[in-house]
Design a protein around this ligand. Structure first.
Ligand code: MRU
Length: 349
């Protein structure tokens, strides 16, 4: 396997390493992720997270496994387990399907490695394309609100929504980013702040419920978020809390953009109601845990509802910024995503 390095993933020719995102920003701990069962545990625990990243990481882990002599039935079984590691981000299923296509008609480790490398390189290019389409939407002096983490930690490139912000800043657009903390797992407070700090982009961290106050005060001109799965009609599943932000943005007349690669689009889901939403353990809401340890503030038996994602209806989405271009809400409702679909080049066998 080639030598790869992204913010959260490294392949050094021998090992496949993942940055444990649950330890950030306190510590930078790199863990082995080559073995598919280790990778599944990392993905389930959100040590590896973000829709595009989990697809790339799963593909690399299958390639690592095949390179070490795993047979076809073991690779297929590991692929099935990886596919089920998290249910909402369709990038994971898409990457696994590509790897399984590469196993057909028979397993050849070199072919599998080449496919995983292509998935990695394509994700970098998809991020660049989204950044190119999205950056012109931001104007000098903007206050930009974002939710969850959508940067180099969630992809292997510069990111989706955060990639757009970075590209605009690189082009000289001055802006201030408002970062939702993103309860319950605090991807905004822990990860987006860390990334923005590394890039030198000015930001203010807020608790999730504070966004509407800033909108009302005229301090937010645009909202930019990522996506975990986009249905054919343009409904967007993303980190829980996104829908509330979209409702508030709509109320205040603020443009709301979702930024995602084509690998996040699922034309097989007619609308957001068909997107499977992951429900996670109640302890994530009863308290909080991280590199600082664990704190629980609710009774042990407090009943909890903990969907990891919500769906923002297309009516609240001003536009989708894709690597293939920008589609407005109106274009989405008129079937724009289906029209933008083009068949992927399939390997000759
Ligand atoms: O549960 P997570 O942290 O994997 O959720 C991540 C998000 O919801 C992101 O917004 C999404 O994956 C898009 S970022 C590239």
């Amino acid at each position: 396997m080639k030598i790869f390095e992204s913010l959260g993933l490294r392949a050094d020719g021998r090992r496949l390493l993942v940055l444990d995102q649950t330890q950030l920003p306190g510590q930078e701990v790199w863990l082995d992720g080559g073995d598919p069962d280790a990778m599944i545990a990392h993905i389930r625990a959100l040590r590896v997270r973000g829709a595009p990243l989990i697809g790339v990481a799963a593909a690399l882990s299958l390639a690592w496994y095949a390179e070490r002599g795993a047979g076809e039935s073991d690779v297929r079984a590991a692929a099935a387990r990886l596919r089920a590691a998290r249910p909402t981000a369709v990038n994971l299923m898409g990457a696994i399907d590509r790897m399984l296509e590469a196993v057909t008609p028979r397993l050849d480790a070199d072919v599998l490695v080449a496919e995983a490398e292509a998935i990695f390189e394509e994700d970098v290019a998809l991020c660049e394309a989204m950044a190119g389409h999205g950056a012109p939407l931001l104007t000098d002096g903007d206050g930009v609100l974002t939710h969850c983490n959508t940067g180099g930690l969630a992809t292997v490139g510069i990111g989706t929504a955060l990639g757009v912000i970075r590209r605009a800043v690189e082009r000289g657009v001055r802006m201030h980013v408002y970062v939702d903390e993103t309860r319950p797992l605090l991807q905004g407070a822990r990860l987006t702040t860390w990334e923005l700090g590394r890039c030198g982009i000015p930001y203010t961290l807020i608790a999730d419920g504070m966004a509407p106050i800033l909108m009302r005060a005229g301090r937010v001109q645009r909202v930019l978020v990522g996506a975990d799965r986009i249905a054919r009609n343009g409904d967007v599943a993303n980190k829980v809390g996104t829908y509330a932000v979209a409702v508030a943005a709509h109320h205040h007349g603020i443009p709301f953009y979702a930024v995602a690669p084509w690998t996040t689009v699922d034309l097989g889901c007619r609308d957001g109601g068909e997107i499977p939403i992951e429900e996670r353990p109640g302890d994530e809401v009863r308290g909080v845990r991280g590199s600082f340890g664990a704190v629980q503030w609710s009774p042990d038996n407090a009943p909890v509802y903990n969907p990891a994602f919500d769906v923002t209806p297309v009516d609240l989405v001003t536009a989708l910024v894709l690597d293939r271009g920008v589609l407005t809400s109106q274009e989405l409702r008129a079937g724009g995503l289906a029209r933008l679909a083009k068949p992927r080049t399939v390997r000759a066998v």
